[in-house]
Design a protein around this ligand. Structure first.
Ligand code: C2E
Ligand code: MG
Ligand code: MG
Length: 401
């Protein structure tokens, strides 16, 4: 048996030469909406095509580049390439958003940020069609990185926390940064079928991100079962070999043209609507008890975290009158509006009575009325779920109150 050729160690000099010779290229991996089944975006991933034709994966050279400042040059190269490619991508599908990966070092000064802002200002690229993926390394530099990411988010570029769950940061800490997307690391996705712990981490992360108004992207989806389970957990966006491997640019364009929508199922959103409702009810009762116990006659608007009283503006209401409309042909969907409106009327009465320091008996009676109406709302939501024949899939654990 002939010996394998000894791998030549990559040096910085090789990378510099590769940039000069334009040997780096971008492959694009599609991202799909698990709610509608449509392609919503793609991640640009770098590859090094050596002049002998071999393709070097990023993990064989990005870590070396990240040890030095050379990564900054690579990122600028990637961004320049991406802007050019995006002109074609948006001509094929104008609603796609394309993400690229940046390193912590890219935000040690404002250079990259200036280049991106300039590209957006001069309309080379639309801010909403761009996304930047960063890993936890960016959090180390509180000063400059913070300023850059704030500025990029302010001009409308969504910032994603990549590989979430591999580092030390929790969601609460991340919520203080301008991240609007959470990309859950592949190891949790791949552990879904074997590890109950991974399933729990995943579900908890999806719920919390939802509460923080962050979109969740699951990467590393390698089979249909994983896709289905994530849909039921309420994860909105998916990426993985089962949908498509990263593709060279022209193949990606062809993929977009030939793509047939994947299974869509807003069941996860229904599950989130149930969670939102339970959270709303808890906040409302907590607020009533606080107002009742407080000596002063507090105005609701001066209370932090007070519940939304308009039935069209609470999270369940927002869902009902927007994404939930996909169920408008279903009887139980139509049955939801009335009890939900009544529930909000009871909620208003309860808070008013609490502010007026009503008797304990009156307060308890109103809380009971609220709970009964809330159960009715949850029953209708459950009926809606049942009517979608979800029993063929494994359903998430029962909701904890
Ligand atoms: P990442 O940003 O987390 O990218 C996702 C990686 O997972 C990609 O590997 C992708 O090909 C792979 N992947 C996606 N779906 C699946 C799946 O279903 N199964 C498996 N086994 N893998 C899947 P890739 O392209 O080798 O990139 C690896 C990492 O290199 C990236 O991880 C990112 O951290 C880094 N990278 C890639 N391109 C760039 C770049 O342009 N700049 C920087 N700074 N880093 C980059
Ligand atoms: Mg990434
Ligand atoms: Mg990742």
């Amino acid at each position: 048996m002939s010996a394998r050729p000894v791998e030549q160690k990559v040096t910085l000099q090789d990378l510099k030469r590769a940039i000069d010779n334009k040997e780096f290229e971008l492959h694009y991996q599609p991202k799909v909406s698990m709610v509608t089944g449509e392609i919503t975006g793609a991640e640009a991933l770098i590859r090094w095509r050596k002049n002998d034709g071999t393709l070097v994966p990023p993990m064989d050279f990005i870590p070396l580049a990240e040890e030095s400042d050379f990564i900054r040059e690579i990122t600028r190269y990637v961004f320049g390439r991406l802007v050019v490619d995006c002109a074609v991508i948006s001509a094929v599908n104008s609603s796609l958003a394309v993400s690229f990966n940046a390193s912590g070092k890219d935000f040690h000064d404002e250079k990259l940020t200036e280049i991106i802002v300039e590209a957006v200002n001069s309309r080379l690229i639309d801010a909403a069609k761009l996304e930047i993926e960063v890993t936890e390394t960016v959090l180390v530099d509180e000063g400059c990185a913070r300023k850059c990411l704030d500025q990029l988010a302010e001009i409308g570029i969504p910032i994603a926390m990549d590989d979430f769950g591999t580092g030390h940061s929790g969601l609460v800490e991340l919520s203080k940064w301008p991240f609007s997307i959470l990309k859950i690391d592949q190891k949790f996705i791949r552990g879904l079928n074997e590890s109950a712990k991974d399933r729990e981490i995943l579900q908890a992360s999806i719920r919390m991100a939802h509460q923080l108004n962050m979109d969740v992207v699951a990467e590393g989806i390698e089979d249909e079962e994983t896709y289905r389970v994530l849909q039921e957990y309420g994860c909105r966006t998916g990426q993985g070999y089962w949908i498509s491997k990263p593709l060279p640019f022209l193949e990606f364009i062809l993929f977009l043209k030939q793509y047939k929508n994947l299974p869509a199922m807003p069941i996860g959103l229904l599950y989130m609507a149930q969670l939102d409702h339970i959270q709303w009810r808890k906040t409302l009762i907590d607020t009533a008890l606080f107002l009742h116990g407080s000596g002063e006659n507090r105005e609701l608007k001066n209370l932090r975290g007070s519940p939304e009283l308009q039935h069209t503006a609470c999270k369940l209401g927002l869902w009902y009158y927007d994404a939930g409309r996909v169920f408008s042909d279903v009887e139980s969907y139509r049955q939801l509006e009335q009890p939900h409106m009544e529930l909000h009327a009871i909620g208003k009465d309860l808070l008013q009575a609490a502010r007026d320091h009503c008797s304990m008996t009156e307060l308890a009676a109103l809380i009971q009325q609220l709970s009964e109406k809330s159960l009715q709302v949850l029953e209708v939501l459950q009926a809606l779920e049942n009517s979608l024949h979800v029993d063929q899939y494994s359903v998430p654990e029962p909701l904890a109150e």
